[in-house]
Every structure is written in structure tokens, then in C-alpha cells.
Design a binder for this molecule. Sequence first.
Ligand SMILES: [Zn+2]
Ligand SMILES: [Zn+2]
Length: 209
Amino acid sequence: MGLRKLKDKKCAAPGCDKTFTPANGFQKTCYSIKCAQEYARHTQKKKQEKMWRKEKSEWEIDNDKRKQKNMTQSVFNRLRVLEEKIWFAERGLEPVCISCGKPNMDWCCGHYKTRGSHPELAFDRKNTFLQCNNHCNKHKSGNIQGYTAGLLERFGQDEGNAILDYLKSPHEALRMSGRDYYEMRLKLLSEEKELRKKLNQLLDISAHP
Ligand SMILES: [Zn+2]
Ligand SMILES: [Zn+2]
């Protein structure tokens, strides 16, 4: 087997843009010693920074519960929007806002009992449905009157009232640590991936029956 000539490559040292023919497959920089040193310093710094970032996020998982909670809430809210879209798609229906009943809106996850007043229901599926963001969620503070009517209309009197009774009854406080929120988030993220696939399949089927 003869020696294959290696392809030219660009020097990996920051600031040098020379092209060179490497002597072996491991050579990353051109034949300047300064470049080799620069490159070594550069990769060492990157490695160090990566380690610091990892340490910082590990520290935050255990010590910054508020941040963990907020990050997990965002994922949960995205997941609920997906679940809701799937709920409608499985029934061959166009998604509508739980509070105003309109289709084609800027969707968000609307909490019936607010996260501020009822933090114990912040991650509760019965407390979260598809809602339009600007009109109902923001400008009408959740449009709770419409929300109540929407639940009854969508689920019928019996099931709708059962959900409302559940929401109005007392609930135990969530006892979650920062790490609990972090672990919950990892689980939600993998669920989200699956749900996105499922929704795409459903929408694909309805687009090309
Ligand atoms: Zn160089
Ligand atoms: Zn609405």
C-alpha cells in the first residue's frame, strides 16, 4: 500500500489562514511553531471554558431553583400546546382558543388558575389548555369567563364541571428541588420530541388523505 498524499487544509490557529499540506492526519496547524502554540493555547482555553460552563450549570441545578422552575415551565407550556394541537388533529378539528373559540391564533399554553396565585397547578394538564396569546392570555388576563364556558363546551357539562371542581378545590403544594425541576425538564424534552413527530404525522395524513 503506497502512501496517500494528504489533502491540503487550512491552518486551525486563530488569525492564520494559511493553507498547508499536512505531514500526517493529526496535524492541525501550518508549519509555523507560533501557530502550533497559538492553537494549543486556544484549545486549552476552550476546554477550560466548557468545564466552567458545565460547573456553573451543575451549580445552578442545585442552587437556582427559580431558574430551573422557569426553564421547566417553558418546556411544559410548549408540550401542552403540542398536546392540544394533537387533541384537535386526532378529532379532525381545527385548533381553537379555549377562551374565545377562534382558530388560527398566536397559540400559547393558558393557565386557568394563574401560576402566581396557584403555583401547585402550574404543571397540571387540567389547568392548561390551548389559548390565544395576545387577545385572551395577555389582554384579557386569561379570559377566565370565556375559559369556563370553553371547558364546558369542549368537554360537556359533566366532564367540564368535574374539571372546574377539580381546579377550584385545594391542592397540595409542589415540593420540588432545583434538581427535581431539572429532571422533570429532561423527561418533558424527550416527550416533546415524540409529540412533535406524532403531530407532524397527523397533519401530514390530513393534508394528504
Ligand atoms: Zn498557521
Ligand atoms: Zn382567545
